[in-house]
Ligand binder design. Sequence first.
Ligand code: NAD
Ligand code: UDP
Length: 313
Amino acid sequence: MRKVLVTGGAGFIGSHLCERLLNDGNEVICLDNFFTGSKENILHLLQKPYFELIRHDITMPFFIEVDEIYNLACPASPIHYQYNPIKTIKTSVMGAINMLGLAKRIKARILQASTSEVYGDPAVHPQTENYWGNVNPIGVRSCYDEGKRCAETLFFDYHRQNKVDIKVVRIFNTYGPRMHPNDGRVVSNFIVQALQNKDITIYGSGKQTRSFQYVDDLIEGMIRMMKTGSGITGPVNIGNPIEFTMIELAELVIKLTGSKSKLSFHALPDDDPVQRKPDIRYAQEVLNNWVPDVDLEQGLIKTIDYLKHKIKI
Ligand code: NAD
Ligand code: UDP
């Protein structure tokens, strides 16, 4: 039985990862400070004998003996990561240093949950892993984007200098059950608004694009990445390459919820990327022909069902 540490394990993605790792027969230690995560996300795991929950902030050192570390701790929605930007960058950078130091000491393999935000507002489309990005270093999104970029730098320096066994995945917009209803990200916002027959808040023209990946496809990609040979470090894009405008997403959500909501247009937040779509050829090559399996409509139906119960409609 492998012992696996998941930082940020009580969050949206982390809770799905903990569940999958337990189902695969691992012992799972979930570490979280509950900034954006919640005990509710992992309530169903707490009674399992091979699951352990530890309240801890990864900006502080942490010692444990494990075989693998998945480093997910970091707020991910713009509202949450901009709430305390200094804390966000500390979480990414000091958290990476603490977890890499731990991995070095105990010789554990470590996977970093990086992000498509490292490409910023990309001038190359779709984004390939060898594109270095177009990121504003001093804007409101920088605490997250530059924090994650610096974390990638640390991962590769610990790998080169200390031979730490690293894996870096760049996650593109992911959605699914256990997204926080007030998390501010577009999928949860639109679904909650549609369920309440409130206006759907489109920022900017609504012609900007994103490519939405259902959480189960991401988890499969992350698990496969952790199992790759030590020659494979990444970074590897993990995302669904089917691109939608925000207006298309809003129309689909309205259709699937049978809502009476109308679209309302609002100012575009600063540095909001115009387009985003992963090139996943490298992922397919190194992750055993991994491809996303769940299309947007199927995934939205499951997410709508979850949020309907969560907000009690
Ligand atoms: P989330 O906010 O639901 O989860 C983040 C978790 O980290 C929460 O449980 C939170 O309480 C915890 N956390 C935050 N700061 C911490 C700290 N200092 N110490 C300990 N725990 C801390 O977000 P998510 O969508 O599940 O994202 C998980 C990871 O995946 C993040 O690293 C994020 O950057 C990355 N990611 C997510 C997406 C996406 O679309 N959801 C896209 C790209 C990358
Ligand atoms: N967005 C929107 N309405 C909302 C929330 C977000 O139009 O209520 C837009 C946002 O401006 C961005 C896209 O949806 O262009 C995706 O936003 P999200 O915060 O989900 O993710 P990110 O910008 O980090 O990719």
